[in-house]
Design a protein around this ligand. Sequence first.
Ligand code: PMP
Length: 415
Amino acid sequence: MNFLQQIRADFPILGRKVEGRPLVYFDNAATSQRPACVLDLQQKLCKEHNANIHRAVHTLSYEATDYYEAGRRTAQRFINAESSDEIVLTGGATMSINLVAECMARGGFIGSGDGILLSEAEHHSNIVPWQMACQRTGAHLEVVPVRAGGSDANDGGVDMEAYRAALRRGVKMVAVTHVSNILGAVNPVKEMVAEAHALGIPVLIDGAQGIVHRKVDVQSLDCDFYAFSGHKIYAPTGIGVLYGKREWLEKLPPFMGGGDMVATVSFEKTEYADIPLKFEAGTANFVAAACLAPALEYAAKIASSPDAAEHEKKQIEAMKQTLASIDGLWVAAADAEDRIPLWSFTIDGVHPLDAAMLIDKMGVALRSGHMCAEPIVRRIGGGSMLRASLMPYNTLEEIEVFGKALERTVKLLRR
Ligand code: PMP
């Protein structure tokens, strides 16, 4: 078996059919599929080790705790955090970002008149929590434009001149995406962190898409926070990671109160647990957390293969040609120099929702709509676009099937 056949054999779902045709799953940016090693562990934990973690002294609880903490340590190694204390396990990227926004506001690190700097291409998960922090504190959002749709260039890049200028307008926090889930272009996050740090401004990176397709080293990036979800990188839903620098996690107040996040509790006073448990109130999703271990090890194994890099290049080239062959199709950030295999596009005379529904009848799963990034999709795509997003398990043959299905869809729908 070659590289690709081996990978595909690990994903039971890739063998299924939709509408009588082999499934072509191109909605990976919404959630990826899970390999057998993850599915097997999920089942084993429920069958043999189900217990609440960190609490009891019985065997099952010890075992469950060990699996949970192994998930945390794997996440630490995967992003090269200095210590596993800096890895907070959350419900997903959304919860990770809410945690930081809420705790920064409540801890007084963002106050009245302060700016919170975002890019124009953020996901709702990296907009709304900051708006809520603004409402609480009297801070305001500063938004940096990206080059796509109507601007001179269409490479999806953040306007760095505007970024530098905005940093100097009383900004107290930067929250930017590593890779936008609409544009697919990789942002120069290391440079953005350095520019912000030169002015003493902390930076959160939304890594929900970036973690899947780029090697992330948080010590080298020097970011203060890095947030991502397990389910976009082979793990189950309901688990996320928040990396936070020790100094920040120690000085932020807790997020939620409850069991597991405390040292001692009395009606007069509660002392909180040390990091990271200070941020992990209540019964954790221990099965999903434990599955971070096989999921991230699987991702690391693929990433270390030269075949994977070669395959991604081929996917990108094939998709570029396929999309270019459709008359009236416009691709966001088409000229990005560094992109992940993700493309959002519009087609003249074809409504994205109609197209997504029709192409599904041909076995192809695409995403449509505003894709939880309404501000940018409204500006560049009239409020609704189509998106195709690939993982290493997607083949060049699938790209061909997608191309033919898209051509047929356009013929049938174009008015
Ligand atoms: N940020 C980006 C860039 C995303 O693509 C997503 C998921 N679409 C999120 C944040 C939120 O992730 P989740 O829903 O898993 O919390």
